[in-house]
Design a protein around this ligand. Structure first.
Ligand SMILES: Cc1cc2nc3c(=O)[nH]c(=O)nc-3n(C[C@H](O)[C@H](O)[C@H](O)COP(=O)(O)OP(=O)(O)OC[C@H]3O[C@@H](n4cnc5c(N)ncnc54)[C@H](O)[C@@H]3O)c2cc1C
Ligand code: FES
Length: 292
């Protein structure tokens, strides 16, 4: 059992959990992730240690409330409670090299995964600019990241209540791609790195490849076991089938088959929506004194 030492809402739908997990804290490297099973009857989800303390044995996970599991965690867990399993660290650490001038992008909550890698690259002597593009009420870590990189740029995109969610997301993609284009036109970067929704990663990649700059992307296919056994996370990279959990999560953006990745990511959307709706019904009943 993994005790929750601290829990707080950082911004809209973004929750910070500081968790006692000495075996992860001791070994985790930037770029790796854990698979969390928060509840006995719950699903496994991959999450990324954002900061950690090896001596004190804790890690911080930040979740975006996306579907049933992240919503359950936000609703049902409080400081002092425990998370059932935290398996890891899993996946390959990010490549730690002197690349030179790096643009490290996090879209939405992707910034929590970009941050530990960007920080380590900066410590190695790279010149690191982090770029965070997200909805205005979802800006996070703006007080922390600037201390650990060369410059941190935040582009908050207003949420337009008159528009539906897909239209709002298109606004984020527009700001993201326009900002990246402006930055690449102004300065010479040696590497671009990005974490975020696959559609946004592809949109940014399409800009980056016009400039011929190397780009790495952390991929987020659905993961179940995180150890290469279930096959859920398969992606096509360089014409070969790879498992994001054991071969990645970081891949060369030029080699990724983005169409296949994006199609597979949306495969379970209807079921995810149904699970969330059913959970919310039960949760509301429980709030009104019924059974949960
Ligand atoms: C390597 C890796 C690191 C990640 N790190 C973070 C992080 O630090 N913070 C954060 O908020 N999110 C992170 N994610 C995404 C996070 O795992 C999903 O948002 C989460 O699984 C959604 O679960 P849900 O039940 O709330 O939503 P639902 O959308 O209902 O998900 C249902 C099921 O699908 C799977 N699933 C759905 N979307 C994803 C996805 N994008 N990636 C993997 N599995 C998915 C889950 O296993 C879950 O069991 C990471 C994903 C990967 C692959
Ligand atoms: S998550 Fe099962 S093979 Fe990668």
């Amino acid at each position: 059992m993994y005790r929750i030492l601290e829990k707080k809402e950082l911004a809209m739908r973004n929750i910070w959990y500081k968790i006692e997990a000495p075996h992860v804290a001791r070994k985790v490297q930037p770029g790796q992730f854990v698979i969390v099973r928060a509840f006995p009857n719950g699903e496994r989800i991959p999450l990324t240690p954002v900061i950690w303390n090896r001596e004190e044995g804790w890690i911080v996970l930040i979740t975006f409330i996306r579907g049933k599991t992240t919503m359950r965690m936000a609703n049902e867990l409080k400081p002092g409670d425990s998370i059932l399993n935290v398996a890891g660290p899993l996946g390959n650490p990010a490549e730690m090299e002197k690349f030179g001038k790096i643009l490290a992008i996090g879209a939405y909550t992707g910034i929590v995964e970009t941050f530990p890698i960007a920080r380590a690259w900066h410590e190695l002597g790279n010149d690191v600019t982090t770029l965070h593009v997200t909805f205005e009420p979802m800006v996070i870590l703006n007080d922390m990241i600037p201390d650990y990189v060369d410059r941190h740029i935040v582009k908050p995109v207003p949420l337009d209540p008159k528009e539906d969610f897909p239209t709002n997301m298109k606004n984020v993609t527009k700001v993201l791609t326009e900002t990246v284009r402006e930055m690449l036109e102004k300065e010479n970067y040696d590497l671009v790195f990005m974490v975020g929704p696959a559609g946004d990663q592809r949109a940014v990649f399409n800009v980056v490849k016009e400039f011929g700059i190397p780009m790495k992307a952390d991929l987020h296919p659905i993961m179940v076991d995180g150890t290469g056994m279930c096959g859920a996370c398969r992606v096509t990279v360089g014409g070969e089938v790879k498992f994001a959990c054991i071969d990645g999560p970081e891949f060369d953006a030029y080699q990724v088959d983005w169409d296949v990745l994006i199609a597979r990511t949306g495969y379970y959307t209807d079921m995810e929506r149904k699970a969330m709706e059913e959970y919310m019904k039960l949760f509301e009943q429980a709030l009104q004194g019924g059974e949960q």
